[in-house]
Design a protein around this ligand. Structure first.
Ligand code: 13P
Length: 259
């Protein structure tokens, strides 16, 4: 057994303005118990426009929830209209940043090289990077899922050197499972997590690889959280749709309690 701290992350995507975000986080905090946040980390990733409001709320109410961002720019400043840098996020007490989400890869044509630059920027700026990888439906059906995911992983970690125990997180999100109600089977999720950890061990050594947390993402719901969290190499989840309901996300976070 490892002593990796479980990590439950809600990715709100492009949902909730800053007022709605405040309400959602307040409701979530109401449903969480101390034991839910004692031994695991809970993170919410709202749109950029809500980060400041949630920072203030978390501080004033001393909530045991951390902030994450959904993306960052690889440079620390410059003429990059519309972008947000790692130092700007860090100033808002953002602790995590998601890079290489499949929606960024698809709709913004982000490739592995750019994802790696973003991950490097995050780690240099003292943020923890959640690097997303995941195969499409065709790759899964043709038996090439592992090959595709490991190639993405190698490219997305080019030049990325984790420095402390918990600063690198890998999220395995099969694209066909995102927002579809279909989830990877526990066996497939565990097998991919092992393949990822083996690749990390080749790259960073087994000790460092054992520290990296690997999350599963793709239609995570209260009904399937337990089967995912019992997997030896899955250290948490990246939740989309279900994180927009305070009640559902609280059930996911509280998976160890009787539901
Ligand atoms: P869903 O949980 O809505 O499938 O989204 C997963 C995801 O993309 C999280 O980043």
């Amino acid at each position: 057994m490892s002593d990796r701290t479980s990590l439950i992350v809600g990715n709100w995507k492009m949902h909730r303005d800053h007022l709605e975000a405040i309400q959602l986080l307040q409701r979530l905090a109401y449903h969480l118990s101390e034991e839910d946040t004692d031994e695991q980390e809970v993170v919410v990733c709202p749109p950029f426009t809500a980060l400041r409001s949630l920072q203030t709320l978390i501080q004033s109410d001393r909530m045991a929830v951390a902030l994450g961002a959904q993306d960052c720019h690889p440079e620390i400043e410059g003429a990059y209209t519309g972008d947000v840098s790692v130092p700007m996020l860090a100033r808002l007490d953002v602790r995590y940043v998601v890079v290489g989400h499949s929606e960024r890869r698809l709709f913004h044509e982000e490739d592995d090289a750019l994802v790696a630059r973003k991950a490097r920027a995050a780690l240099s700026g003292e943020l923890r990077a959640i690097v997303c990888v995941g195969e499409g439906e065709q790759a899964r059906e043709s038996g090439r899922a592992e090959e595709v995911v490991l190639a993405q992983l190698r490219g997305s970690l080019d030049g990325v050197e984790p420095r402390e125990d918990a600063d690198l997180v890998i999220a395995y999100e099969p694209v066909w499972a995102i927002g579809t109600g279909r989830t990877a089977t526990p066996t497939d999720a565990q097998d991919m997590a092992v393949a990822i950890r083996t690749a990390l061990a080749e790259r960073y050594g087994s000790e460092r690889a054992a520290d990296v947390r690997i999350l599963y993402g793709g239609s995570v719901k209260p009904a399937n959280i337990r089967s995912l969290m019992t997997l030896a190499d899955v250290d948490g989840v990246l939740v989309g749709g279900a994180s927009l309901s305070a009640e559902d996300f609280a059930l996911i976070v509280g998976h160890r309690r009787a539901i």
